[in-house]
Design a binder for this molecule. Structure first.
Ligand code: PLP
Length: 397
């Protein structure tokens, strides 16, 4: 553990002059030195544009950029051509909603979502449904924060053209039974996209084994830099889709009247991309692969037990398969007051709707607190959190 923690310079920082206890990795993870150095190296040693420069530095940058694509592809069991770099998972989902949705959705079609989706996996569908006349239908989560496979089966009908569902919830932590969902969606001739933001930092994913049509995630939640996201799409689907944004770098020909596109994946990457961020995603994956063990789970079991001992606590979600996220409220203590109190103890937790307002409505709450853990967190940090929450209750109530 000490060896790992040394790699993360943020863990040596203070928050409000107290040693940092970072419990907000579900929002954005910390970054190891290897990733920071990799991005720095691009700026210091081979700054140049990619895919268009004949000079040595540009060639080096292009190689590093494309090697990162190879690394991502290998990491998730996909082909290089099926990996599109975006600036975030949000952009990846917008790309699918717009590019796939515009040509494949029409009046009476249904996009099936769940009530535990992040706004990033709701609003892009609302926008494309407005344009195409399609409708959104929501599956309701159960009291333990899961989606019933039976309800999922029942919701499918010939009008469901797309299922877009989170692989793991950013509020409940629930890991959804996506393999079953994918099989059922395909039996129904629906396409299925997974929002992998909260799953990929914690588990090994193989998109080809899963069989999903699209998979979206962000680099910054899995030790990588901010400003880089990934969209995996089945090659034959990506090939048929029009680009979502256009500009330089994605064309085969341009005349004054019209343009034709280059092949996938570059067809979906217009403009100068996020070169340094993409390059530094590769060492993030190297690091993550070495740390994907069950430390998270042990810490989470411990945290759940300790947190359950707090008077007046309600924990949201109780799925058997979950990521290390604990969302909760404490009777008589607003989550924002709690987050402020903990902030002054050096502890960073999140408070609010977590970009899940529909889920907050379903839970009949306006907000909750969320502590999220990662492999660099310790049992001592959990103990400190619980001690300070108990203190907060005494001070705030
Ligand atoms: C489940 C889920 N989906 C989508 C997103 C959006 O990710 P980003 O802001 O990196 O685009 C997040 C981020 O919190 C998330 O947790």
């Amino acid at each position: 553990m000490n060896k790992i923690r040394i790699d993360f310079p943020s863990l040596n920082q203070t928050n409000r002059n107290k040693p940092l206890i970072y419990l907000d990795s579900a929002a954005t993870s910390l970054t190891p030195n290897q990733v920071i150095q990799s991005e720095l190296e691009y700026y210091e040693k081979y700054r140049g544009s990619v895919h268009r420069s004949v000079y040595e530095l540009g060639e080096k940058a292009t190689n590093a950029f494309e090697n990162s694509r190879k690394r991502v592809a290998k990491f998730i069991g996909a082909s290089e051509k099926s990996i599109v770099f975006t600036k975030s998972a949000t952009e990846s989902i917008n790309l699918i909603a717009e590019s796939w949705g515009y040509d494949n959705l029409s009046k009476d079609d249904i996009v099936l979502l769940t009530d535990m989706e992040h706004h990033s996996n709701i609003i892009p569908w609302q926008m494309i449904c407005k344009k195409t006349g399609a409708k959104i239908k929501y599956l309701k989560s159960t009291n333990d924060g899961t989606i019933s496979i039976e309800e999922f089966r029942k919701a499918l009908n010939k009008n469901v053209k797309m299922v877009s569902i989170t692989h793991a919830s950013n509020v409940f932590g629930t890991i959804n039974p996506v393999k079953e969902f994918i099989n059922l969606a395909h039996k129904n001739d629906s396409k299925i996209m997974l929002d992998g933001c909260q799953a990929i930092p914690h588990m090994k994913i193989n998109v080809e084994e899963l069989g999903c049509d699209f998979y979206a995630f962000s680099g910054h939640k899995m030790l990588g830099p901010t400003g880089v996201g990934v969209l995996y799409g089945k090659e034959r689907l990506l090939e048929k889709m029009e680009p979502y944004q256009t500009g330089g770098g994605i064309i085969r020909t341009v005349t004054m009247e019209s343009s034709t596109w280059t092949s996938i994946p570059h067809k979906f990457e217009p403009g100068t991309p996020m070169i340094g961020q993409v390059i530094a995603l590769s060492p993030a994956i190297d690091y993550l692969e070495n740390c994907l063990n069950n430390h998270d789970n042990k810490l989470m079991d411990y945290a759940i037990e300790k947190m359950n001992s707090i008077n007046g606590i309600s924990i949201y979600g109780n799925a058997a398969e979950r990521t290390p996220i604990l969302s909760f409220n404490i009777k008589g203590v607003h989550s924002l007051d709690l987050a402020h109190f903990l902030d002054f103890e050096g502890i960073t937790i999140r408070s609010g709707h977590h970009c899940c307002q529909p889920l907050m409505q379903a839970l009949d709450i306006s907000a909750c607190a969320r502590a999220s853990f990662y492999f660099y967190n310790t049992i001592d940090e959990v103990d400190f959190l619980v001690e300070k929450i108990n203190r907060a209750i005494k001070v705030i109530k």
